[in-house]
Structure formats: C-alpha cells, structure tokens
Design a protein around this ligand. Structure first.
Ligand code: ATP
Ligand code: SF4
Ligand code: MG
Length: 328
C-alpha cells in the first residue's frame, strides 16, 4: 500500500519557486489502480518522480511517502536503489529515448536483475527476462536483438517487461501510450490490464487521457496546478463529478454519445506555478467562483464518498481536521 501525506515538491528556478506539487495526500491500496489526470504542467510527473525519489537536483521534497509501511521520504539513495525496480518501478512514457539502442535486450535484463541480486547467474537472469517478455507478447528469441530493431509498440512492451522482471508490488506508469498510435495504445492498455491482475500489482497511472483511466483505474485523482482537487472512485468521477474542474474536464472530452456542439472547452489557461493565484488556483477559470475563492485556498471536503478541494462543499465534512488522504 502506498500512502502519500501532505506531499509538496517545489522547484527552485530563475523565476523563483515553482510549487509543482502542493500539499497532496492520497492512498493506493494493494491491488488497486489510481489514475492521475490533469492538464499538461499540473505536476503529475513530478508526483511520480517524487514517489520514486528521482527528482532533479533543484527539487525540494516535503511531506511523507510510505510504501508498505516503509518511509521512502527519509531513505537515502542507497536504500532507494534497493527498492527501485524490486518493490516499486516506473515505466516511462518515451521508449524511444529511454532505452539504450545499442544494448541487446538480454543485457538490459541482466543489468537490472544483477543490480538487485548479484548472486543470480546471467543465464537465470535471461530466463527471468524471457518469461516476462513472453507475458508482454514478445517471443523470447528476440532477447538477442538490439532495442533499435524493435518498433515503437514493441519497445514499449520491452520497457514494461524490464519494469516488471523483479515482480514489483507497485508500478508507476507515466503516460505509457502517448507516443504510440491508437491501435498500439489499445493493445498496451489491454496488456497492462492483464499484467496487473497476473502480477497482482498496485498501479499509479499518470495520463492526461481520461479514456485511458476509464479502462484501467479503480479510482481517479484529478490534479490542477499542483493540487489534487478531487479524488474518488472511477464511477463517482465519471457519473457524479463534484469539482468544477473535473466537470469541465469531462465536458471537454469528445464523446460519441453527444454532439460536437455540446463539447465545451475550459476558457483561459492554468496559472503560472511560480505565481499561483491567491485562494483557489482554479478560480480565474471557474464559472462558480465566489468571493472566498479568490481569497482563501479551499480545504478538502468529503462529499458522497469523494474528497473535493472546493468551497462549494464547505458545509460537508472538512478533511483538514480528520485523517487527510485516509478516506480513499
Ligand atoms: P505533462 O502532462 O506535460 O507531462 P505534468 O503534469 O507531468 O505535465 P510536470 O512535468 O510534473 O507536469 O511539471 C509540473 C510543473 O513543474 C510545471 O510547471 C513544470 O514547468 C515545472 N517543472 C518540471 N520540472 C522542472 C524542473 N526541473 N525545474 C523547474 N520546474 C520544473
Ligand atoms: Fe470554483 Fe471556488 Fe470551487 Fe475553486 S473553490 S473550484 S473557484 S467554486
Ligand atoms: Mg508529465
């Protein structure tokens, strides 16, 4: 189980402090998939990198991240290297640049397995790799090929196999499908679904595509400008969205059931995270904004099973005074 509590990631930049993730709390239970959605630049990848502790040097991390009871936040790099790949792994979004093209697939597997279990023989590591390759739909005989010999979709499968060879209990997948064409995307989504059940993994699925999370996630977190503005079950998010941003996001996705004329777009653009607006960060774009929204950052409230960071729900249970992030 992953527990994230009051997590903040601030980048130091020439323009000042960029509050990329600002006071975010949530849990992902064993076997559960959390889909994390939101517009470009809202802090999704930063959040994933914080959990893996692979943030760039100009990032500062505050708050607490626990994986299976272990506090990741206080671990040093040596301890992190032990758990990365073995307990928790991240599958990156761009297999074209993240796989070394001049290495043979088998050597990539040997490298990963040996880094964690130096006593395992090369032969055994290749066998382990072969078995996962098969699971991701690649003939293990391709072990001897170089990664540049694979197509985009196949490289993504190799990336997934490399991430899963040590059978981690928690997988973070950062937009695994964006660089792929639609048919390959659908195949990869189906594959992730199958592997999640077979390997009994928990997943954090980072994407701006609400269609991808619809197929894979059990619950969905919606991020806006560094804040987690709503988190709830997939059903609640789709059929009973509470936060004005979640509603707007849903109304802005093309859907075959509705006419294009009903498709709305969200006016304006997300704020500069170096100078976020006082109060609610969505207020400048929100059709429901009230006076308080421009003055005071909203608390998170619990309403009909959803945690919502919005003043519209201020008469509901205020989560600031209870177990933040503990309800979902
Ligand atoms: P996308 O959907 O485009 O991948 P994202 O939601 O993953 O976006 P992040 O990459 O986490 O967003 O970026 C969050 C914010 O942090 C952005 O404003 C971005 O410009 C800023 N940021 C990211 N990396 C750095 C860095 N190394 N230094 C300074 N600012 C950064
Ligand atoms: Fe809109 Fe106010 Fe809710 Fe922000 S707090 S989303 S501005 S109603
Ligand atoms: Mg990203």
């Amino acid at each position: 189980m992953l527990e994230v509590k009051n997590l903040k990631v601030y980048y130091k930049s020439e323009d000042g402090i960029i509050k990329a993730v600002d006071d975010v709390s949530f849990n992902v239970k064993d076997g559960e998939t959390l889909g994390l959605v939101g517009e470009s630049g809202c802090g999704k990848s930063t959040l994933g990198q914080a959990i893996m502790k692979i943030l760039p040097l100009n990032a500062q991390l505050y708050g607490e991240i626990k994986l299976n009871g272990q506090n990741i936040t206080t671990m040093n790099e040596k301890q992190m290297r032990e758990i990365r790949g073995r307990d928790i792994t991240m599958i990156f979004q761009d297999p074209m640049t993240s796989l070394n093209p001049i290495m043979k697939v088998k050597d990539l597997f040997v490298e990963i397995v040996k880094a964690h279990f130096p006593d395992i023989s090369e032969q055994k590591a290749i066998e382990m790799g072969g078995s996962v390759l098969k699971d991701v739909g690649i003939d293990p005989s391709r072990m001897n090929q170089y990664t540049f010999q694979f197509s985009g979709g196949m490289r993504q499968r190799v990336m997934i196999a490399l991430g899963l060879v040590l059978k981690p209990s928690f997988v973070i997948s950062d937009e695994p499908t964006t660089s792929l064409d639609v048919i390959v995307q659908a195949q990869i989504i189906e594959l992730m679904n199958k592997l999640r059940d077979e390997y009994q993994m928990s997943m954090l699925l980072i994407t701006h595509d609400l269609g991808v999370v619809a197929q894979l996630a059990d619950k969905i977190g919606v991020m806006y400008a560094g804040h987690l503005v709503e988190i709830s079950s997939k059903e609640n998010i789709y059929y009973n969205p509470k936060h004005p941003y979640t509603k707007a996001l849903l109304e802005s996705i093309p859907n075959t059931d509705i006419n294009d004329k009903d498709l709305k777009y969200i006016p304006g653009s997300p704020p500069d995270l170096g100078k976020p607006p006082k109060g609610c960060r969505f207020a400048p774009r929100c059709e429901y904004a009230m006076d308080i929204c421009h003055e005071q950052e909203p608390n998170s409230f619990l309403i009909e099973g959803s945690e919502v960071k919005c003043w519209l729900y201020e008469n509901s249970q205020d989560l600031k005074h209870v177990n933040v992030g503990g309800t979902n």
